[in-house]
Design a protein around this ligand. Structure first.
Ligand code: PA5
Length: 464
């Protein structure tokens, strides 16, 4: 196994959870996932393409070619995309180190996913644009932030390199069909890779969306997919519910919310390189499950840093949280603390230890403290952090999310409120410019009746 999970204060004898009825329900759900589907010219073994991706290899040659084209020529790569078109790649690239940059003389990679005038200005003015490549990712091809960023960067690049050279500085990932980004890329002859239209943004990390940036920074994407495949196989072939780690995670969330009113899921890895993982998980969980008044709130913390920030609340605050602590064996790793430098006997405890020893001890003590306080906690233990293990964690949490959706009775694959927000942004920006045209706002009808800002009732979602 690439990781081990251990629960405390959830499935204990006095917690009266009927696992056999869950076993039946989850097995039925897994059967529905096995439905074969035709996608374009391909026949796939699973209902959803993200379950098929771990075993695919054919697509990697083309991704590799593009990654080489970019990384051999450019010093900097800027990924323009947001949400599922950025967070997965950020999580993967973070494996190379705490900073989002790339060692070994390869291109540095930047993710200005949070649109900000200052950030954009700084990025454009500090980069050596002649040596910069822009990777524009948007499944829909119409997300305002991404389009705005691309157009801003495009103008600077056009002024610098001219119309004939500009296509070497941009690569676009977009789904086929008409969209602003697609049409723009065609017009300017920018290289296009197609985003699978059946693959939702937050489920796309194992496709070109995550793998192209990962290859640019030199990660082993085959190991990544292998790790995901191992978890999927284990899940699909398990006999007992207790052997299905993602299902046990989903049941824990569901039971804790139903019976103990626990509505917050804290994700706390003790590893700097998993910060991107927590951000990806937050989006996956929130956007897939927060529907129809259902879902739980994902919350991220980082160990050991948050021992000095949030742990007080976790241990002593309200009993409204379920904790997932990811611990990584780090004994003997990192710099050693020289015992000769320690004269104060209160600090003898760290003499001769490594930084890794200290982090491991802190992680274990947090798990123990939370358990002793009766907090519902799951410890996920991993030996080290690498592509294979990250791939395993990715598939674990994709499965956990869709099983939780099944238990809650929500569709994990849509995001009606996000779409509504996107449409509203267009409406507000148009108003700002006083555009004298009618803009229809699809999705306006999903707005809750009370407490939300709505386009004027006479307009019914249209701006004159
Ligand atoms: O997961 C999702 O579907 C969303 O977070 C999208 O990825 C995000 O809104 C960006 O959309 P797009 O890729 O169409 O620009």
């Amino acid at each position: 196994m690439l990781y081990e999970t251990q629960f405390e204060n959830i499935f204990d004898a006095n917690d009266d959870i009927d696992l056999s009825s869950y076993e039946k329900r989850v097995k039925e759900f897994l059967t529905t996932l096995r439905e074969k589907r035709k996608y374009g010219n391909n026949r796939r073994k699973f209902l959803y393409p993200y379950l098929q991706l771990p075993s695919e290899r054919d697509d990697l040659t083309e991704i590799r070619r593009t990654a080489d084209r970019i990384s051999k020529r450019f010093k900097d790569v800027v990924v323009l995309g947001t949400g599922g078109s950025s967070l997965g790649a950020q999580m993967l690239v973070a494996l190379t180190g705490e900073q989002i940059y790339v060692p070994n003389g390869k291109a540095r990679i930047h993710f200005p996913d949070n649109l900000g005038p200052h950030t954009m200005h700084q990025l454009i003015s500090e980069l050596d644009l002649g040596n910069t490549h822009f990777l524009v990712i948007s499944k829909s091809g119409g997300t305002a932030e991404t389009i705005a960023q691309m157009l801003a960067c495009f103008s600077y690049m056009r002024a610098l390199v001219g119309d004939n050279e500009i296509q070497n500085h941009f690569t676009v990932i977009v789904q086929p069909g008409k969209s602003f980004l697609h049409d723009f890329a065609v017009k300017w002859r920018l290289p296009i890779h197609y985003h699978d239209p059946d693959l939702g943004g937050r489920f796309s990390v194992l496709s070109i969306v995550g793998l192209l940036p990962a290859m640019i920074v030199g990660l082993d994407v085959v190991a990544l997919r292998d790790g995901a495949q191992q978890v999927l196989n284990r899940m699909m072939n398990a006999e007992k519910i207790t052997e299905m780690a993602p299902a046990m995670g989903a049941i824990a969330v569901y039971e804790l919310q139903k019976n103990r009113n626990i509505n917050i899921n804290v994700m706390m890895p003790y590893e700097c390189r998993l910060t991107g993982f927590s951000n990806w998980y937050k989006q996956l969980w929130a956007e897939s499950l927060g529907k129809k008044g259902k879902g739980t709130t994902p919350f991220s913390a980082l160990g050991p840093m948050d021992q000095h920030s949030q742990l007080q609340l976790f241990l002593d605050g309200p009993n409204d949280k379920y904790f997932t602590v990811i611990t990584v064996s780090s004994k003997g790793e990192g710099p050693t603390i020289d015992s000769m430098l320690i004269e104060d006997k209160d600090f003898y405890f760290m003499a001769g230890s490594t930084i890794g020893d200290l982090v491991e001890a802190e992680a274990d003590s947090t798990v123990e403290a939370l358990g002793e306080r009766g907090k519902p906690i799951r410890q996920i233990k991993i030996r080290e952090i690498n592509e294979r293990i990250l791939g395993a964690l990715i598939m674990h949490f994709i499965l956990e999310t869709i099983i939780t959706a099944e238990l809650l009775g929500v569709n994990p694959h849509d995001q009606p409120s996000v779409e509504y927000g996107k449409n509203l942004t267009k409406e507000y920006l148009s108003r700002l410019h006083n555009v004298n045209q009618t803009i229809s706002v699809p999705g306006a009808n999903i707005l809750p009746k009370k407490g939300a800002k709505k386009a004027s009732s006479t307009n019914k979602g249209k701006v004159k």
